[in-house]
Design a protein around this ligand. Structure first.
Ligand code: UD1
Length: 419
């Protein structure tokens, strides 16, 4: 297994190209299950979660090839199996995204329950209740959700207690081939959902309410294969912006979409960073000391939980006090103990963390516990004095496309080593 070694203290200078969104590509790949034919997906990031979902798709009978480096051609003429096994689902929760499209296409699906993960219990009850509303019969058997429908799914009103991202995506994918109208109330509004809606619309689906919390789907009888481009990864974009904040320097991020990060920019400007947004690029400069800000994670367009750990690393480098509220996942402070090993002063009190900045961190051996926690440790390592070693980097490989290569190219001393 690899570890990442970072010699901190160097400013970052140059250009970083942002990859396509992991969380955009995963549901869109799952959506290709909905109808036969060859679908073309551009701007797919090269990372482990994408390889995992393609492996899962292969188990259903799907074939795929790379049309070029970041373009996938997925053929879904044959969907002969409908079981998503525990082996794959346990490595990636988003595997649950195949439940809706399999049910819509085949009338049945058997998907392993994902179980808990490092950042919390993360149930899928909203997905299940929503599919039941559309007429599916669901049973839990030996750790699997067995879903069946007699005839076709039927449109209905589905309400989410909390706006769930993959829950909204699953119900959308099930509803597009259902009979009649489905209304999803309190739907999540993350931009990756709009990306999926664009794909489904190109496939012939009828969906209203894009970018709102009320989605209306009028079921159609047939869909056709489509071509789509994955939106830029806003979490990767935010991660690099915060990295420049921590390490200092002047970096231009290209192939990104500043409009997808409404809540981050104000926060970063308040910490003292200079940000210049263009349509598809952002320049970030840090020249002076950092100021502390408070953060509350919220569903989109609020501050993303997927950037909370990275912001916490940045806050340890201020000279002030920062209060970070985690409102989405109950256990998403696993990075705290590791940041403390680097000299951070952080106190966790229920769903909030109080960070007392000391202006500096020291390199240490730390352990990645989940995807975004790993990113926060890399950011901390870039700013720390001395050497930081981040072990268990498979978490990072799940969701970042060549983070080591991209950071090296802007002057960071960062490399992989065998553990
Ligand atoms: C997605 C993202 C993940 C991000 C998260 C929140 C993908 C592949 N993953 O995860 O990166 O951190 O959104 O922005 O897009 N909940 C329930 N029951 C359910 C479903 C969710 O109680 O059936 C709760 C969750 O525990 C959590 C909240 O709802 O507290 C939101 O979670 P959700 O939006 O569903 O997260 P994911 O879709 O799993």
């Amino acid at each position: 297994m690899d570890k990442i070694v970072i010699e901190g203290g160097l400013p970052l200078e140059g250009e970083i190209k942002i990859s396509g969104a992991k969380n955009g590509a995963l549901p869109i790949i799952a959506a290709t299950l909905l109808c036969p034919g060859t679908h073309i997906i551009h701007n797919v990031p090269d990372l482990r979660d994408i390889r995992t979902i393609l492996q899962l798709m292969e188990t259903f009978g799907i074939t795929w090839e790379k049309a070029d480096t970041n373009t996938l051609a997925i053929n879904s003429d044959n969907v002969s199996s409908f079981e998503a096994s525990y082996d794959l689902v346990k490595t990636m929760r988003a595997s649950v995204l195949v439940l809706g499209p399999l049910l819509a296409r085949l009338g049945q699906a058997r998907v392993s329950l994902p179980g808990g993960c490092a950042i919390g219990a993360r149930p899928i009850d909203f997905h299940m209740q929503g599919l039941q509303k559309l007429g599916a019969q669901l049973e839990l058997e030996q750790g699997y959700v067995d879903a069946k429908v007699n005839g076709t799914l039927r449109g209905n009103a589905v309400y989410f207690d909390i706006p769930s991202v993959t829950g909204t995506e699953n119900i959308l994918m099930a509803a597009v081939l259902a009979e009649g109208e489905t209304v999803i109330k309190n739907a999540a509004r993350e931009p990756e959902i709009a990306n999926l809606i664009d794909m489904l619309t190109r496939m012939g689906a009828k969906i209203e309410g894009r970018n709102t919390d009320r989605l209306v789907v009028r079921g159609v009888k047939k869909l056709v294969p489509a071509e789509i481009e994955i939106i830029p990864d806003r979490i990767e974009t935010g991660t690099f912006l915060v990295a420049v904040g921590a390490a200092g320097g002047d970096v231009n991020l290209t192939n990104c979409d500043p409009a997808l990060l409404p809540s981050l920019f104000d926060k970063l400007r308040n910490t003292g960073l200079y940000l210049k947004e263009d349509k598809n690029s952002i320049r970030v400069i840090r020249s002076g000391p950092l100021k502390s800000v408070d953060i509350k994670t919220m569903p989109y367009p609020g501050f993303p939980t997927d950037l909370q750990a990275q912001m916490m690393a940045l806050m340890t480098l201020t000279e002030g006090l920062s209060v970070i509220h985690e409102n989405i996942f109950e256990n998403r402070f696993m990075h705290v103990a590791e940041l403390k090993r680097m000299g951070a002063d952080i106190r966790v009190d229920g769903g909030r963390a109080i960070v007392k900045g000391h202006g500096k961190l020291n390199g240490a051996q730390v352990m990645a516990t989940d995807l975004r926690a790993s990113a926060s440790l890399v950011i901390a390592g870039l700013a720390a004095q001395g050497i930081t070693e981040v072990s268990r980097v498979y978490h990072l490989d799940r969701g970042y496309d060549d983070i080591v290569g991209k950071l090296s190219a802007v002057g960071a001393k960062i490399w992989r080593e065998k553990e």
